[in-house]
Design a protein around this ligand. Structure first.
Ligand SMILES: Nc1nc2c(ncn2[C@@H]2O[C@@H]3COP(=O)(O)O[C@H]3[C@H]2O)c(=O)[nH]1
Ligand SMILES: [Zn+2]
Length: 485
């Protein structure tokens, strides 16, 4: 019997394994596990030179160092009692994902590279002393400014800042520009992470998605989120990442078909596309084009979904192009249901239906499964308070900023003012105690009944957040500050 040598990269190292072509699958896996320093219950994945998943077996084709495979420990077995502790598993997983992100970042698409080079050129500009005056750190001489037709420090009407040599509006515009560049860098990283989520859940192999098409699709999605305080690309990323986390925590891969996981992740990604920063109530009261187009029925959610399918209709972005007709229909119907379910006006209807299915819940029953999918998208959408306080609180500031923008506009236009958005009535604690008590806890509790392991991940942090905001609310009342502490 012959032997063969397999070369592969694991955790950034080049390794090789030698085995007889007739040896058992368990022996082959043991060899790879040892090389990856993986535990007996970790799941291994092997990728070919072109990035596609290849099956681990004694039949794996022999190769050389120039065409080596890539081995990854993609997950720990959640069911095994002998599995390492939760923390160790998470650490391994984060380590592997980091390696993957670093690896993928090295070969990111042109789009991402373009963004990176923009940031690089911006950094070079900053390092150049001449350009430091550009963001107002150094004072420019008066006579130079005089040559410019912009309002400079010598311009008495321009409310100049003598120390910085810039008028305030110019200063703000420049700082905004700088932050936009920095944000583009973070956004490029988020796109790489989204790509990792699609790869990690094996969607590329299962649905024959070309990596470049996925990158084009993600970039179009990115372009269709608006630069608004809350419903922006970062929110899209957080919701998608929460969905990805829930899929792993609940071991949903063993309970639902891959196509349904694809619907979940893609719905999360697309669920707020082209959000204008004004709610459905505003759309309807202001009789906007969206409200007219969708007859006042979930105008925003219908719009998000329509934009998603408009992006998918572009051949270069069509990650669904290799699917069968039935698969396409299933995904389209699933995404429409999941995205439309994010309209909070339907919250009670959707939650009550799910509650009824819980005592007899069956993952194979279509209605039950669809109800669960809607709940998962909803939970991901409003899950900021399940994150650490340092992350959750800035998100609340962004949400209130968007709310206040809307109520200010409503006041200006003489439209009914949405009460929970009114800056004169709402405070951070008052906004959160009600939302957590009456929306988050009832919703998260029902999902936790189906997946008890979620208790520590989503219920406990939200209970803590409620305690925190309740204390703040009490303090504000004790100080006699009324509604706004
Ligand atoms: N008060 C409050 N509302 C939230 C929070 N997260 C989400 N929401 C609301 O829940 C809604 C979910 O759908 P939208 O995105 O339309 O708008 C969101 C907000 O109005 C939160 O942390 N606090
Ligand atoms: Zn959302």
């Amino acid at each position: 019997m012959t032997t063969k040598v397999i070369y592969f990269m694991v955790n950034g190292r080049l390794e090789h394994a030698e085995f007889r072509t007739d040896c058992s699958l368990a022996d082959v896996k043991d060899l790879f596990r040892a090389a990856a320093e993986a535990g007996p219950h970790d799941i291994l994945k092997m990728y070919g030179a072109k990035g596609a998943v290849v099956k681990i077996s004694a039949r794996l084709a022999a190769n050389d160092v120039n065409s080596c495979y890539r081995l990854e420990v993609v997950a720990a077995d959640l069911h095994s009692s002998a599995a390492p502790t939760e923390l160790c598993k998470m650490e391994n997983r984060v380590k592997n994902l980091e390696m993957k992100v670093l690896g993928d970042a090295r070969k990111t698409s042109n789009i991402v590279s373009d963004l990176k080079s923009q940031v690089e050129s911006f950094k070079r500009k900053l390092e150049n002393v001449e350009h430091l005056s550009w963001i107002g750190l150094f004072k420019e001489p008066c006579d130079q400014q005089g040559k410019s037709d912009r309002k400079g420090p010598c311009d008495q009407q321009g409310k100049s800042d003598p120390k910085r040599g810039r008028t305030q509006p110019e200063q703000h515009a420049l700082v905004r520009r700088m932050f936009r560049h920095m944000r583009q860098w973070e956004e490029a990283e988020m796109m790489v992470l989204l790509q990792v989520m699609y790869t990690d859940l094996d969607f590329l192999t299962a649905f024959h998605i070309d990596l470049e098409v996925l990158q084009n699709f993600l970039f179009e999605v990115y372009c269709h989120y608006n630069d608004i305080p809350f419903h922006n690309f970062q929110h899209c990323f957080c919701v998608t990442q929460m969905m990805y986390g829930l899929i792993w925590l609940t071991d949903l891969r063993s309970k639902l078909e891959r196509i349904d996981l694809f619907i979940l992740l893609t719905s999360a990604l697309c669920h707020d596309l082209d959000h204008p920063g004004y709610s459905n109530v505003y759309q309807i009261n202001a009789q906007t084009d969206l409200a007219l187009r969708y007859n006042d029925i979930s105008p925003l959610e219908n719009h998000h979904c329509a934009i998603a399918f408009a992006i998918l209709a572009k051949p270069e972005c069509n990650i669904l192009k290799s699917l069968t007709c039935n698969q396409y229909k299933h995904i389209r119907a699933g995404m429409i249901k999941c995205i439309l379910a994010t309209d909070m006006a339907r919250h009670n209807e959707i939650l009550n239906k799910f509650k009824v299915t819980l005592p007899v819940f069956d993952f194979k029953t279509k209605d039950h499964k669809e109800g669960l999918m809607k709940i998962m998208v909803k939970v991901s959408d409003i899950s900021n308070e399940a994150r650490p306080m340092a992350v959750a609180e800035p998100w609340l500031d962004c949400l209130l900023q968007e709310f206040f923008n809307q109520s200010d506009t409503e006041k200006l236009k003489g439209l009914p003012v949405t009460p929970f958005m009114d800056r004169d009535k709402v405070s951070k604690p008052s906004s959160q105690t009600g939302f957590i008590r009456f929306v988050l806890l009832p919703l998260f509790t029902e999902l936790t009944k189906l997946f008890p392991c979620l208790e520590q991940h989503i219920l406990e942090p939200v209970r803590k957040a409620l305690d925190y905001y309740s204390d703040l609310e009490k303090e504000a009342k004790a100080e006699g500050g009324g509604a706004k502490p």
